[in-house]
Design a protein. Structure first.
Lengths: 60, 180
């Protein structure tokens, strides 16, 4: 199960694939953080806070 | 005590990279954001198991990756997504995905075995070291290296960049790509 030998690979082909993988990655990264995730994180953060306050025996 | 603000900011900052990984891993925009959401919910629920000072990105990617692996196996039988399905999702949501020229890459990635795809994406797109990728996938560094190499070889054939006509995209995919 050694697959296709490394020597089969053309450097240009590999460079092209690498460029495309990074371009796709960067394209999505550039979209930033959609609002739904900012809101989700706030909700989760608040939920964590509430749980901890309830667990605290002499909560504030 | 709420989530430490600096930790919260670091998690927020990791989201774009998590989305990019999830998208390339699943080949589907809607599912990829659900994967990110699930990962965040799990991460926050288990935030106490994160050791400050260790690699937060690797920790978050591990959660997303493990969730995708178990989720994917469960759903594979339910949703038989033909290869063309990926391209269709690209056509319907071009502004979310970015440019249509990525269609061929995403289809080809979808044809790689899971372990090869995740290794290639972590190292070749997300920018993790072989050591970090090995930690995320829970395997040896050498295993990540060989999976990455196999993935690159396979992708070269699948994407027709080496001139292997028989393995290239079908005419309809080609037509879509040519209009980009």
């Amino acid at each position: 199960m050694s697959g296709i030998p490394q020597t089969f690979l053309d450097r240009d082909v590999q460079a092209k694939i690498g460029d495309q993988l990074r371009a796709l990655h960067d394209d999505i990264v550039k979209q930033g953080v959609p609002d739904r995730f900012v809101e989700l994180l706030s909700q989760l953060d608040k939920a964590t806070k509430d749980v901890k306050e309830k667990q605290s025996p002499d909560g504030t | 005590m709420a989530l430490d603000p600096s930790l919260r900011d670091a998690i927020l900052a990791a989201i774009p990279r998590l989305r990019a990984f999830a998208m390339s891993l699943s080949g589907n925009v809607d599912r990829s954001d659900d994967l990110v959401q699930d990962a965040l919910v799990r991460a926050l629920a288990n935030i106490n198991s994160f050791r400050p000072g260790t690699n937060l990105n690797a920790w978050l990617f591990t959660i997303l990756r493990n969730n995708f692996r178990s989720e994917y196996r469960r759903r594979r039988r339910e949703v038989e997504d033909a290869d063309g399905g990926y391209v269709e999702s690209l056509k319907s949501q071009p502004e979310q995905i970015g440019r249509l020229e990525f269609a061929e890459l995403i289809v080809a990635l979808g044809r790689l075995p899971d372990d090869q795809r995740e290794a290639l994406l972590l190292v070749g797109a997300s920018g993790f070291s072989y050591e970090e990728a090995a930690e995320i996938c829970g395997c040896a560094v050498g295993t990540i290296k060989s999976r990455t190499n196999r993935a690159r070889s396979r992708l070269a054939v699948l994407m027709d960049v080496s001139g292997a006509e028989d393995f290239g995209p079908d005419p309809s995919t080609r037509a879509i790509l040519n209009t980009a």
